[in-house]
Design a protein around this ligand. Structure first.
Ligand code: N01
Length: 550
């Protein structure tokens, strides 16, 4: 019986550089954890600085998110031409995107292409799940341990562990008793899963499930979707990239990169400078229809400027989407189940979809509200809700992630005085600029925690970290670490900015509320991406203001 729930099966084959078991202690200038978008670039930059670097990666190959999330339908929700790296002119010239919103197989190929082009794989040990990162104060070195017994030491550690890499599997009773196949979307097997003739359950209706559901519905005998909270899903409007468009991108990449670095979330569109109330109802509907016809996140991030801050303005567009859902779903009862009413539009990540709502018009698809009849347990034959037992051959858990903090707090990280990171972050993440934590010198976090198109701000973060490490070494310092005061000031600022948006009042992974028992705290920096990048640049220009160097 196939299952992706037990361990972390490696979807690919073992690479020649894979860790093989207990080895002696190896020492490097820097260790980079992760071979995703940020990790690969970090290894490249540190190598360029002349450091000895070891990369450690849980998977058997490069790709991070694009290695693990192989579920059917997985693809960028960002425009392909904005998601690729911007730092190599040659790379931009050589790579052709096939689709406007590129799919997982192509994205994994792209990151392999990058890793091969810049000869990055040789720095990595794959199948190396990092379990501990412990600071040795006397030696000013970090000890890094892996599940398969590797032990490494380095002065600098960069955790490029991603923000959505620690899967969340709800602790349903009886989870292990199911006799069919079960999969978590973020640990999908490399082999194609055959749904032909099968009765399939999907638990969850977030951005992942919304990509997966229409495809599985076409392949299986019967699909039952277990929904707790309906989302405001909007059409992706994907398409193939013509040669002409590809050539236009290549000729204009510098202008494109300049432009997206000026927009609030690094997408190729900006908010309308007007407020909802500046425009009369008839004109507004016209504008909403135009936005609706556009691809990608424009309906969200190209909308009126107050939709993310003003509840009444938000409600105007929310009602527009609700009506779109009602028009697309034939059965009014099912349509009403799919209409979100308990949170503002865009206060959770907006899932982008292709035929998602039409899928509920199919005869072989059923929607179950687990708000009305909660899941009580997983049984050997399927799922038991408070209502009845459903029988399945396959259960798909599209239940999300312990976002942003999870990838770090699941590692045993101990800083000065042996203090565990998990204690320091008990009430939410505590960092300066999302980059470093007080008490954890020379440990950097290379993930994009700004509200920003992932690669764009990940590049900025990697470049900042690389320059900080260069600065430390060039000036004969041995350590860089935030002062507790500057860390507190940043935490206060992040909370203050978050409280001015509609994000903080809605239950989602943005605020940790999707994980039972996790502290409620805004996990993203909800200011604009240009403001974030300006802030980190300013701190560096002022000799790393707020950081202690010694
Ligand atoms: O996870 P989610 P996701 N019983 O947390 C439900 C990124 N992404 O993997 O909403 C029943 O959004 C939960 O219900 P509720 C993107 O940033 C990017 O879908 O908590 N249901 C929800 O419906 C996204 O935001 C792309 O009430 C339970 C679902 O599981 C992030 O990944 C594509 C439950 C989880 O939704 C996460 O998306 C896809 C329970 N006990 C994703 N527990 C691209 O752009 C949870 N749920 C490529």
């Amino acid at each position: 019986m196939a299952s992706s729930l037990e361990s972390t099966p490696a979807p690919g084959t073992l690479s020649p550089g894979s860790g093989t078991g207990t080895e002696s202690v190896e020492q490097f200038d820097a260790i980079v954890i992760g071979a995703g978008v940020a990790g690969l670039y970090q290894v490249y930059r540190l190598r360029e600085l002349g450091l000895s670097v070891r990369g450690l990666e849980d998977g058997a190959g490069v790709g991070g998110t694009w290695y693990w999330n192989r579920y059917p339908g997985c693809r960028f929700d960002s425009e392909s031409e904005t998601y690729g790296y911007s730092w190599s002119k040659e790379l931009l010239e050589e790579w052709n995107w096939k689709e406007h919103y590129s799919g997982q197989p192509e994205n994994e190929k792209y990151l392999n292409f990058v890793a091969d082009k810049f000869d990055l794989k040789k720095h990595y040990k794959f199948n190396s799940h990092v379990t501990s990162i412990v600071y040795d104060e006397r030696a000013n070195l970090w000890n890094v341990g892996t599940e398969n017994g590797q032990h490494l030491r380095a002065q600098f550690v960069v955790a490029a562990v991603g923000i959505l890499s620690a899967r969340y599997l709800p602790p349903f009773e009886g989870l292990d008793t199911f006799k069919g196949e079960s999969f978590h979307t973020s640990r999908w097997p490399a082999e194609k899963v055959d749904f032909t003739g099968k009765r399939v359950a999907v638990i969850g209706t977030g951005a992942t499930a919304v990509q997966l559901i229409p495809i599985v519905a076409q392949q299986c005998k019967h699909l039952t979707v277990f929904q707790r909270t309906p989302n405001y899903c909007a059409p992706l409007r994907n398409g193939l990239v013509s040669e002409e468009t590809q050539n236009r991108w290549k000729a204009n990449y510098p202008e494109l990169h300049k432009m997206i670095r000026q927009t609030p979330a690094a997408f190729p569109y900006d908010f309308d400078r007007r407020k909802v109330s500046d425009v009369d109802k008839e004109e507004r509907i016209k504008i909403y229809e135009e936005l609706w016809a556009q691809p990608g996140f424009k309906k969200w991030l190209g909308n009126f400027r107050d939709i993310m801050t003003d509840r009444a303005a938000n409600e105007d567009f929310a009602e527009f989407i609700r009506n779109k859902i009602r028009q697309r779903v034939k059965d009014p009862k099912v349509a009403e189940m799919l209409v979100p009413k308990d949170h503002p539009f865009g206060s959770k990540r907006v899932p982008l979809e292709t035929n998602y709502y039409e899928t509920y018009n199919r005869d072989n698809v059923q929607l179950v509200s687990v708000r009305e009849s909660p899941i009580e347990r997983i049984t050997p034959n399927g799922i038991k809700t408070s209502d009845r037992e459903y029988e399945f051959d396959v259960i798909i858990y599209a239940t999300g992630f312990d976002a942003i903090t999870g990838p770090l707090t699941r590692i045993d990280i101990r800083g000065e005085g042996g203090a565990p990171l998990v204690d320091h972050w008990a009430k939410g993440p505590r960092t300066l600029l999302g980059l470093q934590t007080a008490g954890f010198p020379n440990l950097f976090i290379a993930t994009n925690t700004a509200f920003c198109n992932y690669t764009v701000c990940a590049e900025a973060v990697v470049e900042w970290i690389s320059e900080a490490i260069r600065y430390v070494r060039a000036n004969n310092y041995s350590r860089i670490v935030p002062t507790p005061e500057s860390e507190q000031a940043w935490v206060d600022h992040v909370n203050e900015v978050g409280s001015q948006t509609l994000l903080s009042g809605t239950k989602s992974w943005f605020v940790g509320d999707n994980i039972p028992g996790k502290a409620h705290a805004i996990l993203l920096y909800a200011n604009t991406a240009p403001a974030y990048r300006a802030k980190i640049a300013e701190v560096a220009a002022k000799g790393y203001e707020g950081f202690q160097l010694n």
